[in-house]
Design a protein. Structure first.
Length: 439
């Protein structure tokens, strides 16, 4: 039996869930696709096609040569027109396979549901599918779900919190595919031998909660058995969905510094990721499309889209209604934790789950002023850190100070910067401080 914990710290930014009521738009009208050979945290894949080759949807085009890498597949059918190095939104220069789409989306002949009979064949199937965590971290799912020898998982936690402003992709998955989510959870429990699962969802998403509960009841009725899956509501507060905080909120357990969820007997997986697992085991179509939210004052029609991986961002925005204003600031990911990029002409990769485009007016960064030791950042920090000390240590490159104040425990949530009246660039400095401690 797990008890619930409560998040101390955290903030209540305006939710801006402008797109939650609109169905996901499926976009296919792309003439050219650029698929990078690195869309995971491990080393890049090696291209296995050449310029001039014809490819089909789901065909392997990049081979993974490392346990932390996953294979890459074509998201369109068409002609390979170039293979060259390009910079992607995560800042890396990698080989990119350029494909001219024939618009037919013909599936590769090899596409068929994988044969899965046990844990090893299940994990192999996940690897072959090219799946990385769809929450945005790019961690290969087959590695995340490999339970080390000697460790035991008592509970699978499904992260459907989606606590960050603007983003609604997970909410739309819950609204549009609740049955596949329940099916995906059941498959993970079955093949990994985990006794129970808890879906954690914030209490500002009653529709998603209802649909998931209905889907669970429907599945139980069809199977004539009670599944060990429950839905738990979480308080709406940012960053409720951060992994360590979610674990505490749903189980009362605390992951130790430097530890992993498995150290406290749990695994956490994103809700869209489990939905993909169910779909893949049924169809055998690898991860070739991505759901993402488009929003911000620079976007004419904020929406959720489902696009081929490798679609160029300007094409996606144009097909979804276009820009409302010249971009002053572009963020890949959320407004609190995302990364600002300086140009739009990059491809959509597996890790992208939101693009925010703000006009010049909203992009203005307020000037920093000296810290007034008000302590608001300390109160807001969900990891119980002293952000002003970390900021000071990072600016003065004082490694001891950074270590003494546990800089590596920072989850870069941005709560401290959000509340700081002096508008200190806390997260950027703390991030740099973490880098100095690691080197
Ligand atoms: S110090 Fe890190 S964990 Fe704490 S509020 Fe700031 S960004 Fe979040
Ligand atoms: S909130 Fe800002 S001004 Fe206040 S203590 Fe923290 S860093 Fe200093």
């Amino acid at each position: 039996m797990f008890r619930s914990g409560h998040l101390s710290g955290g903030v209540h930014p305006k939710s801006h869930k402008n797109t939650d009521a609109f169905s996901t738009i499926h976009l296919d009208d792309f003439k050219e696709i650029h698929i990078p050979m690195s869309m995971h945290i491990g080393p890049p894949c090696t291209p296995v096609v050449m310029v001039g080759d014809q490819v089909k949807v789901g065909q392997l085009i990049g081979e993974a040569n490392d346990p932390m890498a996953v294979p890459i597949h074509s998201s369109v059918s068409g002609l390979v027109t170039a293979i060259r190095k390009e910079v992607t939104s995560d800042g890396h220069s990698v080989e990119v396979i350029q494909i001219e789409s024939d618009g037919l989306y013909a599936p590769d002949e090899s596409i068929a549901p994988p044969t899965v009979t046990d844990k090893e064949s299940f994990l192999k199937a996940l690897r072959d599918s090219g799946l990385v965590g769809l929450g945005g971290a790019g961690f290969p799912t087959h590695r995340k779900l490999r339970i080390p020898t000697g460790k035991k998982v008592e509970c699978l936690l499904i992260n459907a919190a989606e606590c960050e402003p603007y983003i609604t992709t997970d909410f739309r998955q819950c609204a549009e595919h609740p049955d596949e989510i329940i099916a995906g959870i059941s498959l993970v429990l079955k093949y990994l031998g985990i006794p129970q699962a808890i879906i954690g969802i914030e209490d500002n998403k009653p529709l998603a909660e209802k649909l998931l509960r209905d889907a669970l009841a429907k599945t139980e009725q069809a199977m004539r058995l009670k599944l060990a899956i429950s839905v738990k509501l979480l308080k709406t507060i940012y960053p409720q969905g951060a992994e360590k905080l979610l674990i505490h909120a749903l189980t009362g357990r605390e992951v130790p510094t430097g530890g992993l969820p498995i150290d406290v007997g749990v695994l956490v997986i994103n809700v869209s990721t489990v939905r993909f697992i169910a779909k893949y085991l049924k169809t055998g179509m690898p991860l070739v499309r991505k759901h993402l939210t488009l929003d911000g004052s620079g976007i004419k029609k904020p929406c959720n889209v489902n696009v081929p991986i490798g679609s160029m961002i300007p094409d996606v925005i144009a097909h979804a209604g276009g820009q409302a204003a010249e971009a002053g600031k572009i963020i890949m990911g959320s407004s609190m934790m995302g990364v600002a990029i300086d140009r739009l002409d990059m491809p959509i990769i597996k890790q992208n789950n939101m693009i925010l485009v703000f006009d010049k007016h909203e992009a203005d960064l307020p000037a920093e002023s000296p810290c007034i030791r008000c302590g608001r950042c300390v109160k807001a920090c969900p990891m119980h850190l002293f952000p002003f000390e970390l900021d000071d240590g990072a600016r003065r490159k004082n490694i001891e100070q950074l270590k003494d104040h546990h800089v590596l425990d920072c989850i870069e949530c941005g709560c401290c910067a959000y509340v700081c009246p002096a508008k200190r660039y806390l997260v950027q400095n703390i991030r740099a401080g973490k880098g100095s401690v690691r080197t």
